[in-house]
Design a protein around this ligand. Structure first.
Ligand SMILES: Nc1ncnc2c1ncn2[C@@H]1O[C@H](COP(=O)(O)OP(=O)(O)O)[C@@H](O)[C@H]1O
Ligand SMILES: [Mg+2]
Length: 456
């Protein structure tokens, strides 16, 4: 094992933290281990300080500058010490993990944590989901697929930090395991999954979605109905003799008269339903979406339609898939909602939110998993975020978003603003402790780079 230093006693080591004189290479976030009686005490470097007793006093530095007093260059260099502070995480003993209950003895050697020790500490699974490598450690991070997928995950980070790329990696891992994957794709970034996996790209408006088989909320959202228009629509849904838009339109006429809705309300509702017909959405045309085992379905949401319509379509598709899963008509699946803030606006009514909340809350029971990716944390539905057992946080700049994530990610959240693209802080049920992971390279291309801005 690589020795990286020796425990010092200037501040007495305790069972929760200790300092060591650093002789090798270690940086904040790195894992180290120290042998203690009960096993290997694993700790994490939280800070490295460089000290030099000669240069501690401004007066001495000034004399040095003026050439008045000159310790030899060798003396100066040898007086430099680096002191690392480490926080104890646990004691690994024969494959099991105890809380850190013993302090390391001053004078003990500190080693870079061995792969086996880390695997035990972090609860990494042989043959698990290969997300990438532990940053600066090289250890392959394999996450238990049950814990990662069944408990849902959120991928968060600024634009360009690597969210969609990471979602692509998760999709690949799910497909490698024979899980069906559905991607709600606003930017046409996921069709390249077809380079290696059975993949269908479907346009959201070509999925057969009959009003009667969806929820009136989807229709009301798509057409931005007011409350009173919604009231009429709900009654018409109950009254409709069949599942089509035409059935709902006819029922609306009858219901409006029976309950005394104003004529302009009826006209407004009918006009909205006709608008759907003109846009050819929720008309019941197209192919119903049935997943097949181990296949990827990329739902193209880049339709150039009004945001409300696109959002309602995405919600209706998620809802259809989940209800199908619940009824045993769809295989277990992983639903990836990229740009999830568009579907999960905090404090705004949206059927897509109802649908994704349903998957988030009930999906565990029915093997319907959800991954949401978003550049916003504040502004993303708290319900869904809190149901995501694993948080995968990439580079993030917004102070308000960081403040919100801090309680979930611990003090390493402060590294987030400066993380390189593709490096993620992973925390939650899939890992024993928050870890930095260099997300692995894709097996298929990462699409959707768009047209170049400049000709050369
Ligand atoms: N893990 C990674 N390895 C290599 N390149 C990556 C990785 N993650 C992201 N990238 C690169 O960074 C760019 C931005 O990533 P992307 O996932 O599209 O960002 P976001 O979805 O967060 O806006 C991509 O073009 C991709 O090539
Ligand atoms: Mg993206």
């Amino acid at each position: 094992m690589d020795s990286v230093g020796i425990v010092i006693a200037r501040r007495p080591p305790s069972e929760s933290a200790f300092e060591f004189e650093l002789e090798g290479d270690a940086a904040p976030g790195d894992f180290v281990e120290v042998p203690v009686e009960a096993g290997a005490l694993v700790a994490r470097v939280v800070r490295v300080r460089v000290e030099n007793q000669y240069l501690a006093e401004a007066g001495v530095v000034r004399e040095l500058r003026l050439g008045l007093r000159l310790p030899s260059a060798a003396a100066l260099a040898s007086a430099e010490v680096r002191v690392a502070k480490a926080e104890a995480l646990g004691i690994v003993s024969g494959g099991s993990v105890l809380p850190p209950i013993q302090a390391p003895s001053p004078g003990s050697r500190v080693y870079r944590a061995a792969p086996e020790t880390l695997r035990s500490l972090l609860g990494l699974a042989e043959g698990g989901v290969k997300l990438g490598r532990l940053w600066r450690h090289g250890l392959e991070v394999e996450l238990d697929p049950e814990r990662l997928f069944r408990h849902h995950a959120a991928v968060l980070g600024s634009t360009g930090s690597g969210k969609s790329y990471t979602c692509g990696v998760l999709a690949e891992e799910a497909l490698e395991r024979g899980l069906s994957v559905v991607v709600l794709d606003f930017h046409g970034e996921y069709s390249a999954l077809g380079e290696r996996y059975r993949t269908r790209v479907v346009r959201a408006n070509q999925v057969k979605l009959e009003p009667g088989a969806v929820s009136p909320d989807a229709i009301a959202d798509a057409t931005e109905m007011t409350d009173v228009q919604r009231d009429l629509l709900y009654l018409a849904f109950d009254e409709a003799e069949g599942p089509t838009l035409g059935d709902v339109e006819r029922a609306a006429g009858r219901v409006a008269e029976r309950y005394g809705f104003k004529r302009e309300t009826l006209l407004a509702v009918l006009r909205r339903l006709r608008m759907l017909r003109a846009q050819r959405v929720f008309t019941g045309e197209g192919e119903p979406l049935f997943l097949s085992v181990g296949e990827a379905v990329v739902v193209d949401l880049g339709l150039g339609m009004p945001g409300g319509v696109t959002r309602a379509l995405a919600g209706a598709i998620a809802w259809w898939l989940f209800e199908g899963r619940r009824a045993g008509e769809q295989p277990p699946f992983l639903l990836i909602a990229d740009e999830a803030h568009r579907l999960l606006p905090q404090g705004e009514r949206a059927f897509s939110k109802t649908a994704l909340r349903l998957v988030a809350r009930e999906g565990r029971k029915f093997a319907a998993s959800l991954v949401v990716a978003s550049q916003r944390v504040v502004g993303l539905d708290k319900d869904v975020l809190s149901q995501c057992g694993t948080k995968i946080a990439l580079r993030m700049d917004s102070p308000t978003d960081l403040a919100m994530l801090k309680p979930l990610l611990g003090k390493h959240a402060r590294l987030l603003p400066r993380l390189p693209t593709g490096v993620a802080l992973v925390a939650g049920v899939a890992v024993g402790y928050p870890v930095l992971v260099e997300v692995r390279r894709r097996r298929t291309s990462h699409g959707g780079s768009g047209s170049p801005l400049f000709a050369r």
